[in-house]
Design a protein around this ligand. Sequence first.
Ligand SMILES: [Zn+2]
Length: 371
Amino acid sequence: MKFSAERAARKWPCGRTGAAMATAAVVLLSVGVPSGPAAARRVEPFPWGSLFGVNKPRPRKSVRSTVLLPVSVPLPKPRPAEAPARPVAEKPPLAPNAPTSPPGDKPAEQATAPAPPPPSACRLALTEAIAIAPSIPDIHGAGGCGGEDLVRLEAVVLPDKRQVALKPAATLRCAMASEIADWVRTDIAPLTTSLGSAISVLDNFDSFECRGRNRVVGAPLSEHGRANALDVRAFKLANGQSISLTDRNVPREVRENVLHSVCERFTTVLGPGSDGYHEDHIHLDLMQRHNNYKICQWYVWDAMPQIAPLLPVERPEEAPPREVAAKSDAAKPERPPSDGGKPDAAKSDSAAPEPPATKPAKKKRRQTGAF
Ligand SMILES: [Zn+2]
């Protein structure tokens, strides 16, 4: 049974006004139809059935009105940004009643939810029982500087509630701040306690800074520029003692202990002997590399001797010359007739105009200095 305004005009002999009345009647009827709860439930999804002729055929105008109504009514579902758990809990009871609930309230609710991003798992885990680390706004600087999910790490809270202050406070990504906090709580606090006093301060030499690696202009962005690195210089203890990590006079065992703990946790550790830029502090970061490759370069130097030796240990007679090993091999048959290795020594020194007696000693000295 088809029903339209044109047909109505044809059937009803009262002309244009009659047709208009018929149309109005049809519209009223059709608007009235879905107001019942049962009908509303049928309309809840988009009324594709009406479009494809599955449902009862209706005048075109009423079809348009039923299309418009559901579009404005069931949309206001998406407010999951506010609370992740809530939609799960409320969805089942809401689903059957949603279409019958007052449609006017929901669009307003939707408009007032501009969806702040939910806190990260790291942020949720880094509670005040672990660290004083308030969140700070994301940083989007030039050249990729900055990051998201940033915190200002002001202090690490030890299991016994005492606080280890970072001086100054460090700007870090949450993941890095969390690793630092765990490191201090788990590794460093027990270590300093074993030394006779509790750790009270972590000496922050540098954290977030938008710059190239090693402050070299044009170098790749440092992890400091991504708020993913911390330079540590020393620990301060409650008894006033300061333990500098790069001080040769700090017991070697203590420095080695720290070395092992940081290389276990962080993906980059640079200290004395690494590249010349880290002689007075230890660089720590969580840079992600292919195959989880890690860099751990920190040479724990021995303490300097109380009295510097006047001369280096003499080079052993049997040690082969370094740069001219091939030449010395060729010269070996000549050695027995002449006196020892002196001709070889003269050859190796030919590049430098120094007396053969002092030259090997100088080379030896430089070599020992490198390790
Ligand atoms: Zn650094």
